[in-house]
Write a protein that binds this ligand. Structure first.
Ligand code: ATP
Ligand code: MG
Length: 260
């Protein structure tokens, strides 16, 4: 039976670990056989592909610029050409595909182009079991509609006072985008065991990912962080997070079926 895709967006302030957690989450879904996964890099500073160990030739942003400024091949209309280029921009790998969104907009009017891109995205998304979106704090692609509203938002944060303030700000943006509070969860990352307890207020995180030397080493050696050993602490915790998300996705799916 074809299950609907379940979409998870990861947001948070700069450098908190969005890309690290996104790539480990994608790795976990693949390990669990929950495939195919669509990895969406919605950060203009795209680097999710590096964390997953694949190369990106072009982003949808640069494709859009080009597809609307150059002459299209004879016998093709612009819609077909954009669809064709869109498929070319999709990176195919073992268990997952990846698309990098690039910049939300250039200098001209892109309504028509963005409508076409979001139409392509909607068609593409149907083919996946899970969609994982690595996005910046402002979630611009979601607010502009080039990516649909996620089923779940994970706010990745460090467990400190400044992190908590950012969580509150991102929650406000998310509710303005139409997400329910119940769809928004916090992931604390880089938790140092033995460190002084931090005041995390009333926040009950869905996962606490530890500081992990394997992640640091991958960063240092420029190897894909999603390839760290399966028994490394961050990978174990993110796997547990993936199992929780799978349960929630299955419940949502069962409710949707019941409602039809
Ligand atoms: N659990 C962890 N243990 C050790 N190092 C970590 C952990 N999580 C992230 N890091 C390190 O923190 C840095 C930032 O991580 P990452 O690139 O995933 O954050 P980001 O939120 O995606 O950043 P940006 O805002 O630049 O996109 C990287 O050097 C990464 O290796
Ligand atoms: Mg990142």
């Amino acid at each position: 039976m074809q299950k609907h895709p379940f979409t998870i967006a990861l947001s948070g302030k700069g450098g908190t670990g969005k890309t690290t957690v996104s790539s480990l989450l994608i790795r976990s879904f693949i390990d669990m056989g929950e495939t195919p996964v669509l990895a969406v890099d919605a950060d203009p500073n795209a680097n999710l592909h590096e964390a997953l160990g694949v190369s990106v030739h072009e982003t949808l942003g640069s494709m859009r610029e080009e597809a609307f400024t150059r002459h299209i091949p004879p016998g093709m209309n612009r819609h077909d050409y954009v669809r064709f280029r869109f498929r070319q921009a999709l990176v195919e790998a073992e268990g997952f595909d990846l698309v990098a969104m690039g910049r939300p907009e250039g200098s001209g009017c892109y309504c028509f182009a963005n409508d076409l891109l979001s139409e392509c995205m909607i068609q593409l998304e149907r083919d996946y079991r899970f969609i994982v979106i690595d996005t910046e704090a402002g979630m611009e692609h979601i607010s502009r509609g080039t990516i649909g509203k996620p089923d779940m938002l994970l706010i990745v944060s460090d467990p400190g006072a400044r992190g908590l303030r950012t969580i509150a700000r991102i929650k406000d943006i998310a509710t303005q985008l139409g997400l329910d509070r119940g769809q928004i969860h916090v992931v604390f990352n880089r938790y140092k065991s033995g460190a002084a307890p931090v005041d995390i207020g009333n926040e009950i995180p869905i996962a606490i990912v530890p500081e992990d030397s394997a992640v640091e080493m991958a960063d240092f050696a420029a190897t894909p962080v999603s390839h760290i050993p399966a028994d490394s602490p961050a990978r174990i915790i993110v796997r547990e997070l993936a199992e929780k998300i799978l349960n929630l996705a299955d419940k949502q799916h069962a409710n949707q079926k019941g409602g039809c």
